[in-house]
Design a protein around this ligand. Structure first.
Ligand SMILES: *Cc1c(COP(=O)(O)O)cnc(C)c1O
Length: 457
């Protein structure tokens, strides 16, 4: 039997259940099946070429089919594909842990591997909880977490418990543990109705109140540093993260930085925390860790947290958590190659002029009638579409304006995935200036075409 494109499409609709997808609609459509990639491009089963405008959902870094990454995987395959970290070790996991500590914010000294962003967050939450249980004087009292409104930390239940996107999280409430939520620094729709910088970060006051009042039972605060990505690329004002760090220190609360989206150069520094000289107590990383090749994640922490888990065997201070594929050698080998390319290709240095160019290419977007705000932090871009620029009235969700822009972009050869009314662009860090120009030009036309049709209607 020849497995052609038509047959694959049939099988897809018959056997697969896609994430975050209304499958009734999907079953009626024709799936776009990606067969291969090269650099910033993806190719479908007809051979049609698309620019990968969201880095395959925020993971790809150096482009598809990178020689160094491909070779690292093949070389590791010639040794062993997998062996466990439970009771054993392996060279790629050891070497990667060392490399991660070298590039991480100063003060992070230990690496605990897991499988994806959600599990790295689960690990951070459980470590924080157990840390306080083993901390003597306040033993066991500190067990609550604080999160920001609109935050997204993954789809497993612990991560959902500290999540703040109602559309994703509300439904699962019966399964969640309670968590304290505080306003997000969403300047375009400011929670305290002020303007930066004259606001002097007034949105931090509710956070300080919560920490002050509840510090005896708060274990940690979890935050997406600088950019609340899934919320719609909401960029925090300068100084916000450093102020949060200070508050956590003052009120004796662990700071958990979820760098799953922002890590590995996306914001213009290797980690977003480094923009404000912040060292979190725990840091979750995943998406870009393997350059977009394989699922792998890690939770980094400080020596202070690590030491609270040391003791005699019968003290039962062991951290009882682990996964079948923890420290998978293939994932770790390709992650090492990813970091090697960062160094050899001087990815972060070359990124600087590209970030400036991207900002220039985005400038005309602000003039489009339905663009409320263009937000950029490094290579993370969110364009919030609104029905009325003056009142900032959002498009009703059922209008699916972001989705329609994405479909329009696809017809023009650019693959993107929106977040509600926010159009997202997150190119691979390796994208060249010409490719950035092309991506933004296609995006501009797509937004104009969709919103113009709306206004004509
Ligand atoms: C994507 C994401 C996660 C979840 O990662 P998965 O690998 O999808 O489980 C967690 N936190 C942030 C900030 C993310 O963007």
């Amino acid at each position: 039997m020849k497995i052609n494109r038509k047959l694959l499409a049939d099988w897809d609709r018959r056997y697969l259940w896609h994430p975050f997808t209304q499958m009734r609609e999907w079953e009626r459509g024709v799936p776009l099946i990606i067969e291969r990639g090269q650099g910033p491009y993806l190719f479908d089963s007809d051979g049609t070429r698309y620019l990968d405008g969201v880095s395959s959902i925020w993971v790809n870094i150096h482009g598809h089919r990178h020689r160094t990454l491909d070779r690292a995987l093949t070389r590791q395959l010639g040794r062993v594909a997998h062996s466990t970290l439970l009771g054993l070790s392996n060279p790629p996991a050891i070497r990667l842990a060392r490399e991660l500590i070298r590039i991480a914010p100063r003060g992070l000294t230990r690496v605990f591997f897991s499988d994806d962003g959600s599990t790295a967050v689960e690990v951070a939450l459980k470590m924080a909880l157990q840390y306080w249980q083993q901390c003597g004087r306040r033993a066991g009292r500190k067990r609550t977490f604080v999160h920001l409104e609109l935050s997204y930390h993954g789809d497993t239940l612990g991560a959902v418990s500290v999540g703040g996107v109602p559309l994703f999280h509300e439904r699962f409430k019966p399964l969640l543990f309670p968590s304290l939520s505080v306003p997000a620094p969403y300047c375009y729709r400011c929670p305290v109705k002020l303007k930066y910088p004259s606001c002097a970060l007034a949105c931090l006051a509710p956070l300080e109140q919560v920490l002050k009042r509840r510090q005896r039972d708060i274990a940690g605060l979890i935050i997406e540093p600088l950019v609340q990505a899934a919320a719609g690329m909401i960029t925090a004002p300068r100084g916000y993260l450093a102020a949060v760090r200070e508050l956590c220190t003052r009120y004796d609360v662990l700071l958990i930085a979820d760098e799953v989206a922002t890590g590995f150069g996306r914001t213009g520094r290797m980690f977003a925390c480094q923009h404000e000289g912040v060292t979190p107590d725990l840091m979750a990383i995943s998406k870009g860790l393997t350059g977009g090749y394989l699922p792998l994640a890690a939770t980094l922490t400080t020596e202070a947290v690590y030491r609270a888990f040391l003791g005699e065997y019968a003290d039962w201070k062991t951290f009882c958590h682990g996964h079948s594929y923890t420290g998978n050698p293939l994932g770790c080998a390709v992650a090492l190659a990813n970091l090697e390319v960062f160094r050899r290709a001087r990815t972060m240095v070359k990124l600087r002029p590209k970030i400036t160019a991207l900002a220039r290419f985005l400038r005309p977007f602000a003039q489009l009638p339905c663009v409320g705000e263009v937000r950029q932090r490094g290579f993370m871009v969110g364009i919030e579409l609104v029905q009325d620029r003056r009142t900032k009235a959002p498009y009703p969700p059922e209008d699916r304006v972001g989705h329609r822009v994405a479909m329009e972009a696809r017809r023009r050869g650019l693959l993107i995935r929106p977040l509600g009314n926010v159009v997202v662009l997150m190119p691979p860090l390796a994208a060249r200036i010409g490719e950035l120009r092309r991506m933004t030009a296609l995006l501009y036309e797509s937004i104009r075409s969709v919103t113009r049709a709306d206004r004509g209607a």
